[in-house]
Design a protein around this ligand. Sequence first.
Ligand code: NAD
Length: 506
Amino acid sequence: MNPPREPAASAVVPMWVDGKPRAASSQRTGEVTNPATGAVTRRVPLCNAQDIDAAVKAAAAAFPGWRDTPPLRRARVMQKFLQLLQANQKDIARLVTGEHGKTLPDATGSVQRGIEVVEFACGIPHLLKGEHSEDVGTGVDCHTLRQPVGVCAGVTPFNFPVMVPLWMFPVAIACGNTFVLKPSEKVPSASMRMAELLKDAGLPDGVLNVVHGDKEAVDAILGHPGVNAVSFVGSTPIAKTIYETCARNGKRVQALGGAKNHAVVLPDADLEFTADALTGAAYGSAGERCMAISAVVAVGAAADPLVALLKKKAEAIMVGPGEKEGVDMGPLVTRQHRDKVAGYIDQGVKEGAQLVVDGRDCKVPGHESGFFLGTTLFDNVTPGMKIYQDEIFGPVLVVLRAKTLEDAIALVNRNPYANGTAIFTESGGAARRFENEIQVGMVGVNVPIPVPVAYFSFGGWKSSLFGDLHVHGAEGVKFYTRTKAITTRWPHQDTPAPGFNMPTLG
Ligand code: NAD
């Protein structure tokens, strides 16, 4: 097994093509920063069409051999990859903290959620089984096969540099596809490490390739005739464009977008438990989670005591560099994003929301150039305000007030985003009604971040997902395979010969 290879501070991260590192032909590069210090730690190539073509060609050349490799052997590569990921989990988490900023325990947890998808992919021989019906007509049988779609591509966001790529490529590859991954240019290193580990696990060259870059690289992927399917996770406007472009170009596509996740809190909820759950869900990973709770809908008498508890807990959160023990919340990913989130706090004040906790003056001694922002809490927010309408993607929690559960459900359902939501209550009847009527893809009952485990599928509704299939679980296997239905007859003397009328087989 190769030891971890950390690029030097001034190094340009290579691409990973045909089983080895490869310099990009593009001369454009971007900066990768350590959000806790503000320092540029490495550079990343912003690949051009020629770079993408090289990766797609490597994936296309590897496809026939990998497609014809028995699923059990593909699963054995995944089993080895699983062991290597487990053995290297801490190092990989450190790469995440170093480029994203989230705390080390949080990064380790996110790597674990990705590892669980690899565990799921190890069961691929079973998952690829088709259906078989005997005697659909006299002496006629029908069976289905699940076959890989070919070269698949994944375009992933900055906030989960390991987990989101692992939602995609282990399932795609286990199904017999080959893959081109384009991770976020802000956090490129963990993907490179995973590609090395997969090679060490025995994956043939060219089956997984990693490219880097921005719109130019993504446009080249979407326009490449050799790419058969695209999985995208990122913000809503880009997800929508990816979906539309892939549809136009005849590619299979699933495009997961942004979110504004609401927690509805009823007066009968255990408010201490609820406030603890919401504090973690709102401010964990500095709010840079697609399943973060960013809006609380406090129903009736729940509002005043809940806001008091949220204030106390938000103020107690320890902000600092992600690798330091005891830190609850790290910096934001870039200075630009930090400033954008701070701008939303200014906007909320101007809009007339009540600023209960203000994170704008947060200082972390010794880390003056880091991209830190403290926790922020707004009360009496209304649906007309930008701080409610927009996905802020930072440590800003807004509280809206509703009179009844019915009003709260209607409010959540009016929001165009529909990734996750949660209800906090002691009432089974209220929870059941919420579960039934809410127009959101993932729902928690006293669970603030209801991310489905790997053997279920993950995905939102409405503006949080364009396409019909969610990621990983059974839907992931469906996305990365095509069904073929085969009807078979073995002629013998007493069956009539096929005629000229519409066959009914009976
Ligand atoms: P982003 O949309 O800016 O970038 C996502 C990916 O798209 C990156 O790889 C990026 O390089 C690429 N990209 C950026 N601009 C592009 C363009 N104009 N054309 C083509 N490609 C482009 O998202 P981000 O800031 O990296 O991540 C945060 C967003 O991702 C949030 O909106 C968050 O809610 C969302 N997200 C959603 C989920 C989910 O499961 N629904 C999960 C994680 C993150």
